[in-house]
Design a protein around this ligand. Structure first.
Ligand code: SF4
Length: 411
């Protein structure tokens, strides 16, 4: 994925605080000293008033997570920078450009929940920068907090909350059973707060500037800005935009792409949903605006499928990848997803296939795993069959709109 930063195209509603300053001297000059938290409840109130939603994909209210962990004893906090999603690079960019903002947020979260044990979990390449940033902070006395670093493996599910806790505990980074919330019993049975690194950066900003400032961007229900990874556009990379931005604006102003060249966009990454080009005019980057299209912003991944590419081919590639990414612990991942992939792929290549059987298999895996991997994969396939229904019909008759040839000849 591109780790380029796209400069916001217009000042209205945009700000670039998240990706602003990598060095500690400029960070401290820009943001001042790390806030001293003498009243964790006041910070919780501020985060509640700000309405910060987690930026790791699930969009859970950050204040509720903080409060749940703060209610326990001997809490642990984890900054989660594992970015298993192949179409996302916003966490990598954030950690490279603003490591101190994330570390500020980690320290603030630890103070709010009363945690003495802090962890940073991210790919090894990103941890090199975090290690340097921690050394810098200690050397000048900016922050002497000790943070334990754990490298996340390169796998799609390595950033799932229970996979994160498993890896830090020395186990494979695969999702575990969630009979009890990790807010109550996570790492070594202790209340554990796992926050995405972007969520922590927002927490650092809210603590400094307050909830009213945070709410100057975004929508009343989904305030603030969000880092978005754009791909398939003329300008690819990461951009900080206000939540609620119309997707057409995102594509044209920031992605510098003519919407007439777009076949569809995948919102939310590989676990996301296709939106056809014809629906773009009524879509915006918010849960509320995307709900009628059965999509969510997820972790801010927007992949554009140009008119020159086939949606069934793109989906088959993603499905094959996802089917290979499970820990194969649960039935839907051991049997269901591989069968779904081998049943769907012939359709993408113009070979005989049964779309009703594909839909049936997607229903069978739904809700049957220990984590949401099968459900989200099934959602992607349902969205594919829906948005590219016209292409399904053409493929079944041996044609593909993109090549206007017999697609079977290409495979
Ligand atoms: S549903 Fe799949 S990915 Fe999730 S825990 Fe079970 S085997 Fe692993």
């Amino acid at each position: 994925m591109s780790t380029t930063i796209i400069e916001p195209a217009a000042p209205a509603g945009t700000r670039r605080l998240l990706l602003s300053v990598p060095e500690l001297s400029s960070h401290a000059g820009h943001f001042g000293p790390i806030p001293v938290i003498s009243d964790g409840a006041a910070v919780l109130d501020a985060v509640t008033a700000a309405g910060l939603l987690g930026r790791g994909g699930a969009g859970f209210p950050a204040a509720r997570k903080l409060a749940a962990v703060a209610a326990g004893r001997r809490a642990v906090v984890v900054a989660n920078g594992a970015e298993g999603e192949p179409a996302s690079s916003k966490d990598a960019v954030l950690l490279a450009r603003a490591p101190h903002l994330v570390l500020d947020g980690l320290g603030i979260a630890a103070d709010v929940v009363g945690a003495r044990e802090c962890h940073f979990y991210a790919p090894a390449a990103a941890l090199d920068g975090i290690r340097r940033a921690l050394d810098e902070r200690r050397a000048c006395g900016y922050d002497r907090r000790s943070v334990r670093l754990t490298a996340s493996p390169e796998s799609f599910l390595s950033g799932e909350k229970t996979a994160v806790i498993n890896r830090i505990a020395g186990l494979p980074a695969v999702p575990g059973d969630q009979l009890v919330s990790t807010s109550q019993s996570g790492l070594r049975g202790r209340p554990t707060l796992v926050h995405n690194v972007e969520t922590l950066a927002h927490l650092a900003l809210i603590t400094r500037y307050g909830p009213r400032w945070f709410r100057t961007a975004g929508t009343p229900d989904e305030p603030g800005t969000m880092l978005v990874t754009l791909s398939g556009t003329a300008a690819t990379g990461v951009v900080e935009v206000p939540l609620g931005i119309p997707l057409l604006d995102l594509l044209t102003r920031h992605g510098r792409t003519d919407p007439r060249t777009v076949r569809a966009i995948l919102v939310g990454g590989y676990h996301g949903t296709w939106i056809p080009a014809a629906a773009l005019h009524r879509a915006a980057l918010s849960t509320a605006a995307l709900r009628p299209l059965h999509a969510t912003p997820g972790a801010g991944v927007i992949r554009v499928l140009p008119r020159t590419e086939c949606g069934l081919h793109a989906s088959a590639d993603i499905l094959t990848y996802l089917a290979a990414q499970s820990a194969r612990r649960c039935g839907p991942c051991r049997h269901g997803l591989p069968t779904l992939a081998t049943t769907f792929t012939p359709l993408a290549h113009g070979h005989p296939a049964d779309p009703r059987e594909i839909a049936r298999l997607a229903t069978l895996v739904d809700g049957r795993g220990a984590c949401a991997h099968p459900d989200a994969t099934a959602r992607l396939i349902r969205s594919t069959l829906d948005v590219f229904a016209h292409d399904v019909t053409r493929h079944l008759h041996g044609h593909c709109e993109v090549t206007d040839t017999t697609p079977g000849a290409r495979s």
